[in-house]
Design a protein around this ligand. Sequence first.
Ligand SMILES: N[C@@H](CCC(=O)N[C@@H](CS)C(=O)NCC(=O)O)C(=O)O
Length: 264
Amino acid sequence: MIELYTHPMSPCAQKVRILLAEKNLQWTSHHVDLAQKENLKPEYLKLNPLGVVPTLVHNGKPVIESSIICEYLDDSYPEHSLTPEDPYLRSKMRFWLKHIDVKLHPSCGALQWPIVMRPAMLQKSPEEQQRLLDMVPEKPRRERQKRLVKMGLEAPDVIDAVRTYRKTILDMEEALKQHEWVVGDEFSLADVCLAPYFQTIYQFGWQDIYQDCPHVAVWFQKCMDRTSYQQAVTSDFSPETLTDLRAKGEPAWEVVSRYLKEMK
Ligand SMILES: N[C@@H](CCC(=O)N[C@@H](CS)C(=O)NCC(=O)O)C(=O)O
């Protein structure tokens, strides 16, 4: 009844997996091999014309875009709702989801690509790189990926991404000074959808980006302590995977911290 096309390292897919675990729903997993570009194959593009994970297939019907999938699941399985009842809090939750879709998610991609995807791309011939990148359906994502493959951490997208992450963290710190979770005293879809972007920070060992924001640090620890997070995210990061990602993140931190200093 519930199928999810997913990849373990995808923050967007992690959101949906956290929510499925929060709601204790059974689902079938279809692994999409992003390194092999299975997401751009014609049969996958029929399900998700944007060529990205996740895709939910519910009762045979595809639903795409992670925030929309989360709201769809919360509407379809309203028991243990993660959408605030109060319309004002609901509007704040949707503001966070929009911020993530428009700003934080592309920023996360700009930080992940030079470190994880670029080295694999550079193993391929320039013609093959060009062919694969030209297949990306959306122009802004296609152009961004081309810049990130060409320039790595020196691409202008990376400094913008660091600024967006930092601004998000400062805004969250202010919100979390006032209540336990991001939009109030109840855990909501805003927390579900923000937490995976802190997994990216954690996996690269960049927690110093929020060292002056104690409320954010406590919030992320509480997210990680939830059974849903352990089932949906932590279980996919073996000690070897984490060691490998930390090793990749460490040299990149020099660049990230330089950009952070330039902001001051
Ligand atoms: N707005 C989309 C973004 C999805 C997205 O960018 N997914 C990434 C993984 S986190 C992906 O599939 N990337 C494949 C690629 O860019 O080739 C959503 O929220 O679902």
